[in-house]
Design a protein around this ligand. Structure first.
Ligand SMILES: CC(C)(COP(=O)(O)OP(=O)(O)OC[C@H]1O[C@@H](n2cnc3c(N)ncnc32)[C@H](O)[C@@H]1OP(=O)(O)O)[C@@H](O)C(=O)NCCC(=O)NCCS
Length: 225
């Protein structure tokens, strides 16, 4: 795989966003800082107003296909601005837009993010302001490392994972597909977080978390529903 420096913040001239709420507002300035223009927003929610007065919003795949017929060409990028727990939606849309619609996934990092040279960053991933990716960390496809979140040395984020604002992964933590580490949570060294698991805001994880389990509190324990 190519080193992330060859594609991170290397953008085509035009980019569409899929997802028209808060994450769209956060990614647009990063995309425009690196010289691309956001030309359209798509969202599956009926009647959602555009997050930007100067950019039109379109509803769902049917309107996308209409738009695409009028905007052919291979030099259009896409950014999926939908936060977790919807990492699997990001992955599905990524494959559809890239493989069936011929658009190019973009991979972006805010200019204040720190990424160790020895880390790897998967395609379609977004690193927001103040995000930190440490030595030998491996970040998958379509992950979000949100504002001031950190994945320290040798952490692994599988595809579709989100670290919410201020989440802290100590070293050698393994977060499996589509898990969501909520705002301000801390995961202690060498823990594993299972596929589709959720670690609640502010939790401190001192035992590994199984797949599809939601944990909260200090120390983090399963949320009984
Ligand atoms: C963990 C979380 C996802 C659970 O959501 P949920 O399943 O809808 O849970 P509920 O809100 O129904 O709460 C269920 C119980 O857990 C408690 N609880 C929920 N989140 C908690 C948390 N983070 N820490 C401690 N207790 C929590 C609630 O107080 C409630 O307890 P009660 O039944 O005694 O009143 C959510 O609470 C959370 O932490 N969200 C953070 C989201 C975030 O970081 N967003 C960032 C976006 S960028």
């Amino acid at each position: 795989m190519a080193h992330w420096t060859s594609y991170l913040n290397v953008l085509p001239p035009k980019v569409i966003l899929w997802g028209g709420t808060g994450q769209a507002k956060v990614v647009r300035p990063i995309i425009e800082f690196y010289g691309a223009k956001v030309v359209a927003v798509f969202d599956d929610t009926k009647g959602l107003p555009s997050p930007f007065p100067d950019i039109p919003i379109y509803e769902g795949q049917a309107q996308f296909l209409n738009w695409r017929a009028k905007n052919p060409g291979a030099d259009i990028g896409f950014c999926i601005a939908i936060g977790n727990p919807h990492g699997r939606v990001r992955l599905r849309l990524h494959d559809w837009l890239e493989q069936e619609q011929g658009l190019s996934p973009i991979t972006i990092a805010h200019q204040t993010a720190f990424i160790a040279q020895s880390a790897t960053i998967g395609v379609g991933t977004q690193l927001m302001a103040g995000a930190i990716v440490g030595e030998e960390a491996r970040i998958g496809r379509q992950c979000i490392v949100n504002t001031k979140a950190s994945a320290d040395h040798e952490c692994v984020l599988e595809d579709g994972v989100e670290l919410a604002p201020g989440a802290t992964l100590c070293g050698i933590v393994h977060v499996k597909t589509n898990a969501w580490i909520c705002a301000g949570a801390t995961v202690l060294p060498r823990m594993s977080i299972g596929e589709d698991a959720i670690v609640g805001a502010g939790a401190v994880v001192n035992r590994s978390v199984n797949a599809s389990i939601k944990v909260v509190g200090v120390p983090a324990r399963p949320l009984l529903t």
